[in-house]
Write a protein of this length. Structure first.
Length: 398
């Protein structure tokens, strides 16, 4: 069932967790975290204990930093804001426990500038004695402000742009010092792990689109997508697709409700956890138009530091818009596939690396939408209106 098992992140505050953690040796604390199975909730699913150990290995007696990423880059998935508003105490206690684990004396809670209520809740929770200096820092707004290395640039008073990896933040992060960057949701598990030896078995998810009760829910990892929709009251009408993972996530056919909401299962399905948004796409939606809209958003939000992402998102947007404007060609699918491969292989960060999942999944799951637009020069749903009157070509086409 999608209903989560206790303890619940949104409901259960683990009082006394910081004091209990102080009584533990670091090795004992790390063993508890490892046994919990806690993987990063920010999208990639990397085991938190491995991140902590990597930071500790790189410590050389100098400063160590911790950044709790509560930015919520995806406007459709306000997970951290919801968590802080309803249970800020666990997030703040989790930051203090993680700081103890890595040996950090300075920590940052990184928020979106629009997260006014979440900031107020965090400031109230900071009144407690935590043994670590925690500063609330505001990002610039926009999608890229929440990327792991872009937020480090913001904290260094620079523009939110991704940086080359390696080196990873665990070795050269904030101010080129070892830094643990983890999502607020990930860190909120630590008090529950310390006090109750809890298993990290649930995940916050934002259910949006054509459902009866859109909102943020806590579900058991491994729940089927259909169960998650049921948690939100079910679909409000007939569906065409399920968009999983936020703006860079793939779009699956509506029949794929048995796909499990888990890091590894979603990857097999061609998408990823990403911002943990599950968006129900209503019947009558043209998927080519939907993909074009997503790439127009990504092209606007790209930090533009790397060519594969900066040029790739714009080029894909142009081809998709040309396709639903009646200018599509049979060679476009091969061209899109090549652009997707280039972005996956050469982009600097997960933004450009994961964006092609939109192409991969829509061309696989909705081939007729592409075929009808390209070969019959009409919209399969009768909803597309041309926005381009000509194509702009590069010197070489596939």
């Amino acid at each position: 069932m999608p209903a989560s098992t206790a303890p619940r992140l949104l409901e259960t505050e683990a009082g006394g967790a910081v004091a209990a953690a102080r009584d533990l040796a670091v090795d004992a604390l790390l063993e508890l975290i490892e046994k919990s199975g806690l993987r990063g909730r920010g999208g990639a699913g990397y085991p938190l204990v491995d991140k902590i150990r990597a930071v500790r290995r790189n410590a050389d007696g100098g400063p160590i930093y911790l950044v709790a990423n509560a930015y919520d880059a995806d406007p459709g998935s306000p997970l951290s804001r919801t968590l802080l508003t309803r249970n800020a105490g666990n997030v703040i206690a989790g930051i203090a426990i993680a700081a103890q684990a890595v040996g950090a004396t300075e920590a940052y809670l990184y928020l979106h500038p629009d997260a006014v209520e979440a900031r107020a809740a965090a400031e109230e929770a900071l009144a407690n004695e935590l043994g670590v200096q925690i500063e609330i820092a505001l990002g610039p707004g926009g999608f890229m402000g929440g990327e792991e290395t872009a937020l480090l640039a913001v904290l260094e008073s620079r523009r939110a742009m991704a940086r080359q990896r390696p080196p990873y933040p665990a070795s050269q992060g904030l101010r080129m010092r070892p830094t643990l960057v983890a999502s607020a949701e990930t860190l909120a598990w630590l008090p529950l792990i310390v006090v109750e030896q809890a298993r990290a078995s649930t995940k916050l998810v934002s259910v949006t689109g054509a459902v009866v009760r859109p909102g943020v829910y806590e579900v058991t990892l491994g729940s089927q997508l259909g169960e998650i929709l049921t948690e939100a009251g079910g679909a409000s009408g007939k569906l065409k697709g399920l968009h999983v993972g936020g703006p860079t996530g793939g779009i699956l056919a509506s029949s794929r409700t048995d796909t499990r909401f888990d890091f590894d299962d979603l990857r097999v399905a061609g998408t990823h956890m990403g911002s943990a948004q599950v968006r129900a796409i209503a019947a009558g939606t043209c998927i080519v138009n939907e993909a074009a809209t997503l790439f127009a958003y990504l092209a606007k939000e790209s930090c533009a530091i790397c060519v594969p992402c900066r040029v790739g998102t714009k080029r894909v947007q142009a081809i998709l818009e040309s396709t639903y404007s009646g200018l599509g060609r049979d060679t476009d699918l091969a061209w899109l596939d090549e652009l997707g491969t280039h972005m996956e292989r050469f982009s600097l960060c997960g933004f450009g690396i994961t964006a092609p999942s939109i192409l991969r999944t829509t061309m696989r799951e909705f081939p007729d939408d592409y075929r009808i637009h390209i070969q019959e020069k009409r919209c399969p749903e009768g909803v597309c209106k041309p926005i381009r009157s000509r194509r702009y070509e590069t010197m070489v086409q596939p």
